[in-house]
Design a protein around this ligand. Structure first.
Ligand code: DGT
Ligand code: CA
Ligand code: CA
Length: 570
């Protein structure tokens, strides 16, 4: 199937046309076509043969002709010409926050900048500040953006690694000579970004396993292939390491390769104190190398005087000490969530109707779903006017009566303005079942401004939840500088719940802030911020973050039944 290839080509064409300064209407058409092709279940080559392209939504005559040319000849003249005008490499510049197509075009035309490397050098030499539309502040922001990108360079968002890892495991499981199999490494710990995917297998026939492993269709490159370890790179660019061990070492190896390294170092110290030796082959007596344990992780931890420690806790943040005192938290489970309160519908910038969202939530097994669209001033996200709010609430009440087995609640993601006031008056806010307040514009704030702005919103009696409290976007935007101690104190004082936004590039609050907030007595809510029903499964990344932050069921309000939830959000 050439679907993915063609979709990517059209996305690239759209970006290149943007840089060229083409009218937005035209570039949008390419993006819509690209998305349609990317979402297509059928083979596009088949549609070309059957001349059915134009039946697809968003594909007109001109684009259908281009697809046909590409499928039939293997290249597209229009695209080849465009690439001669504007080097494709330049597109990486668009990944820098604060750089749009217009600025990229200026950088290319005036300074000949084609790569991030060249851009960094030009910023450092102060060459950008005199360009039209730039300035010293822009120059500084671009440099900061480059550094932020470098920090996450080579790491992948959790969802990309998770989805790739699970598909790979499914593929490997087809082989009968695989005995036990598990994800290990940072992915098993559900860290917010993943360097590479680690998979562990026990088998009596390692060679066969390795042969099968490299036959996975998504493998782009084999880095090393051995008897105990093989590493490959997938089409998505992510590296996967497979290790094959003997059955009696599986638990010890899983423990070892799950990490974190810091957790392992601490654990090995405990083993030594007890007269043992711990490595990836097992737990042994130090003096005579007698095998003590290693088949399961539980067994290894038990022999070291510890309860089983869930992978998400293994960051050496006190979990071993707590375990020794039998004081580990009973962390929230992936199945404990009874509903999602932050979902966007077609009323604002979501893609699904409320009815579709409700039916999908029911299918997932939720007890309730909260539809929280944007507020009036957020025009870019099609925020709702006061009149629309009333209409939407009516629709929700009707659907709630119509659809059995799921409670539908009406919320809002109300913008917190620069001065900390809210984007609806209280007379409107009180109509909602709950109010999520969040900052969406005006990110350049001092620590004091950001903290006060958030606190003022929490003081509003109708505000139930603070959305993505620190505003970070992983690899793209730093958190606001917030005084978290003050935020936690205020959240407890005002009974405001802090969101753990499960969207993979947010995961905000993060694990460390969850743990700290819990010590203050803060209560949390885990929401996906879904803009499509396809995003609802992101919930697990939020739960993972809560688990990594030591949260228990009782710390998270959307583990409650609808009846209890209604009481606390009132
Ligand atoms: P990543 O891939 O950067 O997101 O993080 P990890 O934790 O998956 O790290 P990775 O893939 O380098 O290694 C997997 C695990 O193997 C790691 O969590 C702990 C263990 N490990 C690897 N190298 C060492 C080491 O030198 N010492 C110890 N104690 N453990 C190691
Ligand atoms: Ca790894
Ligand atoms: Ca690795």
């Amino acid at each position: 199937m050439k679907n993915k290839e063609i979709a990517e080509m059209f996305f690239t064409i759209a970006d290149l046309l943007d840089i060229k300064g083409e009218i937005p209407f035209k570039t949008r058409a390419y993006r819509i076509a690209a998305q349609t092709i990317a979402d297509l279940d059928e083979d596009i080559e088949k549609l070309v043969r059957e001349k059915k392209l134009e039946e697809l939504p968003g594909i007109g005559k001109a684009i259908a002709k281009k697809i046909t040319e590409y499928v039939e000849t293997g290249s597209l003249e229009f695209y080849e010409k465009l690439k001669k005008e504007i080097p494709v490499g330049i597109l990486e510049l668009l990944e820098i926050p604060s750089l749009g197509p217009k600025k990229v075009a200026t950088l290319y035309n005036k300074l000949g900048i084609k790569t991030i490397e060249e851009l960094k050098k030009a910023c450092e030499e102060g060459k950008l500040r005199d360009l039209e539309g730039f300035g010293e502040i822009t120059e500084r922001n671009i440099l900061r953006g480059i550094k932020l990108k470098e920090k996450t360079q080579g790491r992948f968002l959790l969802n990309l690694a998770y989805e790739n890892g699970m598909r790979y495991i499914d593929f490997l499981k087809q082989l009968s000579s695989i005995d036990k199999i598990s994800i290990a490494g940072s992915l098993r710990r559900m860290k917010e970004t993943i360097g590479d995917i680690d998979i562990l297998v026990s088998s009596k026939n390692p060679e066969e396993v390795m042969n099968h492993f490299v036959e996975y269709p998504q493998v782009k490159q084999i880095l090393v292939k051995g008897k105990t370890k093989t590493s490959v790179i997938l089409e998505d660019g992510i590296q996967v390491d497979l290790r094959v061990v003997e059955e009696r070492s599986f638990g010890a190896a899983l423990q070892y390769f799950t990490g974190s390294k810091e957790h392992n170092v601490n654990l090995r110290g405990i083993a030594i104190k007890l007269g043992f030796k711990l490595n990836e082959y097992g737990l042994f007596e130090k003096d005579n190398d007698r095998y003590i344990a290693g088949r399961t992780e539980e067994e290894v931890y038990r022999k070291l005087g510890l309860p089983y420690i869930p992978p998400e806790l293994r960051e050496n943040r006190g979990e071993i000490e707590a375990g020794l005192e039998n004081n580990l938290p009973d962390i929230i489970g992936y199945d404990d969530i009874k509903g999602d309160l932050h979902v966007h519908s077609i009323w604002s910038d979501g893609v699904n109707s409320i009815e579709d969202i409700a039916l999908e939530a029911k299918e997932i097994g939720y007890e309730y779903i909260g539809i929280s669209d944007h507020s009036q001033s957020l025009h870019i996200a099609r925020g709702l006017s006061e009149k629309q709010v009333s209409e939407k609430i009516d629709e929700i009440r009707k659907l709630d009566d119509k659809i059995d087995g799921i409670g539908i609640l009406c919320g809002t993601e109300c913008d917190i303005k620069q001065d900390g006031s809210l984007d609806y008056p209280n007379s409107v806010l009180k109509k909602f079942d709950f109010v999520i307040a969040g900052i969406h514009i005006g990110f350049k704030m001092s620590r004091e401004e950001a903290t006060n702005r958030t606190i003022k919103a929490m003081e509003n009696e109708y505000v139930t939840i603070v959305a993505h409290p620190t505003g970070r976007l992983i690899g793209r935007r730093e958190s606001f500088d917030l005084d978290m101690d003050k935020i936690f104190e205020k959240a407890v004082e005002t009974d405001t719940y802090l969101e753990i936004n499960a969207f993979p590039d947010r995961l905000d609050l993060n694990d460390v802030n969850c743990k700290k907030g819990k010590e203050y007595g803060v209560k949390f809510v885990i929401n996906t911020d879904a803009h499509s029903i396809n995003h609802l499964p992101y919930m697990k990344y939020g739960v993972a973050t809560a688990r990594r932050g030591w949260l228990e069921r009782k710390d998270v309000i959307n583990t409650m039944s609808l009846k209890d939830l209604k009481k606390v959000i009132q």
